[in-house]
Design a protein around this ligand. Structure first.
Ligand code: ADP
Ligand code: ASP
Ligand code: MG
Length: 252
């Protein structure tokens, strides 16, 4: 059985949080699951990098910006793999390119087209937790591309689809999907289960909790998506169109 788990920026904001996330991947691997862990940039590093770039160059090329911003996720991936190994389990970090994530050529907002190699599967078969840098891929011309803000969610759901994972778990800083932003509206109501179309409308209207293209991908490939807190226990919310979703994957 295979699972893809993704950790967002706040879930990786410091060393303690990275280690806590690493433990969640190890616990599943010890239960016999093949685990792919997708990571975002740590904390607010993408915003910080954008600010810094403005000081060097007034109008950077989109190609260079993609190569630059993708580095933040790559750093997270190496840290996560090192944390997992330090906790005693084999792991390997891969960039989007190494993982075979093929996109179109639209820099800054690229769409995932497919997987062009079997590296992730080969590393899983060696018993490793495979940590993939989110938000990025490679264009047919061989350039690094990024998937648009929040795009690591799409990396995770795409990998779950292409690898035939049972579930894609999105760990974030809220404990599920609500009918409106729970940070802005204290009366927001949590939705334990919702369909792709409802989630897609919310995502397109700006609910950051899931990148809209991750929801499109989930719908297209029938990937159940679980959105849950990286810090608090609880099942969170499931985004799926299945009437009966059997969740046989333990939560740690
Ligand atoms: P991550 O860094 O984990 O990717 P994001 O900041 O991208 O996290 O998404 C989580 C945020 O989405 C929450 O902190 C919350 O404020 C916001 N959000 C907006 N709309 C919703 C909603 N309907 N349900 C849950 N969270 C929402
Ligand atoms: N680091 C990117 C961003 O801040 C991608 C992501 O977090 O999903 O938008
Ligand atoms: Mg996000």
């Amino acid at each position: 059985m295979r699972i893809v788990q993704k950790f967002g920026g706040t879930s990786l904001a410091d060393a303690e949080k990275i280690r806590a996330a690493a433990k969640k991947s190890i616990a599943l691997a010890k239960e016999g699951w093949q685990v792919v862990t997708v990571v975002s940039a740590m904390g607010s590093s993408t915003d910080d990098m954008l600010e810094r770039a403005k000081k060097v160059c007034r109008e950077p090329s989109l190609r260079e910006m993609d190569a630059y911003l993708a580095a933040a996720e790559q750093m997270s991936a190496t840290w996560m793999a090192m944390a997992i190994e330090d906790l005693g389990h084999p792991a390997i970090s891969l960039t989007g390119y190494q993982a075979g994530i093929l996109t179109d050529s639209i820099h800054g907002n690229a769409r995932i087209q497919g997987l062009n190699n079997d590296r992730v599967q080969r590393e899983l078969d060696k018993g490793k937790v495979v940590v993939v840098a989110g938000f990025q891929g490679i264009s047919p011309e061989g350039n690094i591309t990024t998937l648009g803000r929040g795009g690591s969610d799409t990396t995770a759901v795409a990998l779950a689809a292409f690898l035939g994972a049972r579930l894609c778990r999105i760990y974030t800083d809220v404990d599920g999907v609500y009918d409106k932003d729970p940070r802005k509206y204290p009366d927001a109501v949590k939705l334990p289960v919702l369909g792709y179309d409802r989630m897609l409308i919310m995502a397109r209207e700006g609910a950051q909790v899931l990148h809209d293209r991750s929801v499109e991908m989930g719908k297209l490939y029938d990937v159940p998506i679980q959105v849950l807190s990286a810090f608090r226990p609880g099942p969170g919310s499931f985004v799926t169109d299945r009437q009966l979703l059997q969740v046989d994957c333990p939560q740690f």
